[in-house]
Design a protein around this ligand. Sequence first.
Ligand SMILES: [Zn+2]
Length: 528
Amino acid sequence: MKTMTPIRLILYVSLFLVLVDNVSFFTNVIKTYYPIGADNILPLLSIVVMLTLFIALLFTLVSSRYTTKPLLIAILLISSLANYFMNTYQVVIDDSMIQNIVETNVDESMELFDVKMLLYLLLLGIVPSYLVYKTPLLYGTWRSALLQRLKAVVILVLLIVIIFFSFSRFYTSFFREHKPLRFYTNPTYYIYSLGKYIGNTFHIQEELKPLGRDATVGDASSARKKLLIVVVGEAARADRFALNGYKRATNPLLEKEEGVVNLSNLYSCGTSTGISVPCMFSIYDKDDFSVKKGRSIENVLDVLQHTGAVDLLWRDNNFNSKGVADRITYENYKSAANNPMCDSIECRDEGMLVGLKGYIDERPEKDVVIVLHQMGNHGPAYYKRYPKSFETFTPVCQTNQLEECSQEEISNAYDNAIIYTDYFLSQTIALLKQYEAARETAMIYMSDHGESLGENGLYLHGLPYFMAPDTQTHIAGLLWFGKEHPKKEYVAARRDDALSHDNLFHTILGVMDVNTSVYDAALDMTHP
Ligand SMILES: [Zn+2]
């Protein structure tokens, strides 16, 4: 291999990243800039040069005898995978996506693993990394190396400034109007997002702020104790529920169930589990919420705990509670040690209901709130989300490579998983019905976010909220109240109201009849 200066190697790698790993970025730039004419070829070419110089500048700033090669190799490897995910699923790697990746466990990553991903990693990651590793670098003395770096930084900055001013109108108007485009740049955007994620994560160690320490439960003379089950769904979008008018019979059991109040106009707080789940239980509304803020203060389950009158249980068949259940009893139902309904594919949501009767019966003098966190419609392997007997629509997409399946096969698998959720919810209601006489019973079901199923080439979820399609934010949700529940008459009128995750915090307090200064009746769906 030819010996070269570190700066030259950095420039080569930067150009490689821009030309090879930014397919998604340039596809989106061209789409936004369509039609391409003679007038805009030059500005578009300038983006290639500009991005290369900018990436090279970043690398140069942190390069040194010991860091240049490891850094370039790490970026090449990660960028090949980022490129794969962005091309395959049309996702962007922002801080909430990084949170997802960090919190993902082995089961979940195995589901995303496939041959095409390995090819990206090998050809666009490992091969160029090997070349970088083998290239002998010319450093000279530390003084000349430092001078060389300084010179490179000055030249790169100058070039960037010159190009910027040569196309200043293009850069100021185009990129101001199309801010989301920068989300697709590789590796710059994921490096920025990683910094943001680390900033958020390492700030949460500050002391937890108390919330609703004044909470008490209302007039105890109303004899019957309360029993509320909150079901947190996974990736169930509103338009795939027959209750919302979907043409397929995806709610065969709930449609027959008396007392179900379907919420037809319900929107999520985030587009990913990591944001939506903590936001749902947080006092902050969507516009105020951030993961960092959510973690810094107690949530509605803590407020219930402060009453001293409510026993709380969280059962999780998803991946975890995202910190929401950190201070209450938590049981992992993805493990066969707890979940008695695990088959060769996975542990089923239904298993979370087993033994709940015993838990409730042991607490005749207490109000009880149980949260069940479903695996639901977790993608991309929708076909794994239901037992074979629920396979109503066929043929189904049998791979996690969604773009290899037809739209119909994806829909079939996804809809079958909705039918299984329909069954799970009706079983939950059946359990509550056993307590209708003894307790005030209620169920609240809300999905955490929606899902893209190939519309406009989009799959899965997690796009930044303002650019996410309705399919990712308009979610399935419903309420069920038992006989003679005092709130029952008010909720039926809410079915088509504009509601969101913001309502959950106050609705739970309302249903449990909790008096506290942090309760806002205006956001309680059950308030007359
Ligand atoms: Zn989710």
